[in-house]
Design a protein around this ligand. Sequence first.
Ligand code: GLN
Length: 269
Amino acid sequence: MNDKQLTIGWLYPTLMSTYGDRGNVICLQQRAQWRGYNVEVLPLDLQSTAADFRKIDLLVGGGAQDRQQEIVMRDLQGKKAEAVRQIIEAGIPGVFTCGAPQLLGHYYEPALGQRIEGLGLFDFVSKHPGIDARRCIGNVVFEITASRLAKELEAMLGKPAVIIGFENHGGRTYLGKVEALGKVISGYGNNGEDGMEGAFYRNAIATYSHGPVLPKNPFLADWLIQTALQQKYQTSVSLSPLDDNLAMQAREAMFKRLGVSEPVAVGKR
Ligand code: GLN
């Protein structure tokens, strides 16, 4: 058995890559390769079967416009929908940005046209208030508050995890019982009203944060890789550190620009 192999499933790359979230796939692939893993990126699209969906160790879904979301949801039914459900319920990690999580909630109501029924994996609903409504666009900063994830990231970082991203959405998401991913420090988040950002269920991360989010927050990429490997090999995995100095400098510049102070390391408070 090759014990250094990782398969990344990429949901509908041609339909759901409008907002640059392909960067998340590249980031995961590169960071795993730098640790000596052999990475396969498996596109999961209109031609794929449910069996293809079951091959993956980590799942990535990006943003899309309303029209593409409809095409995807017409395809993501039956056995494919069941496969996605089983993957997430089994604890296989995933990162889903903007349009992707809208489809994994109960439903998405686009700006025009009919409600699109989602997979109901995340207990939330998303609604676009209409073409005249202001879009939620701009840099977003939030602190991870989903309890298990917050704890694991704090253990990695020695301080609370703060995410920097860029949001661009018309749809607003309203959580049911699912845990929020984080608490907004600057920006709109899920709906610009309740101060929450994204959602976290099992090991699946839903967020409105493009950027793409992983290269800007490399510790989140490492958490996903580590969790995927632990799930796959059922043993604890620790990843060797990488030089993230440039990403950290970019984060500092953005914190400064937005007037947000980054949490300090535990022990330095
Ligand atoms: N079409 C969705 C919206 O406007 C998703 C946009 C996106 O993925 N950035 O809310």
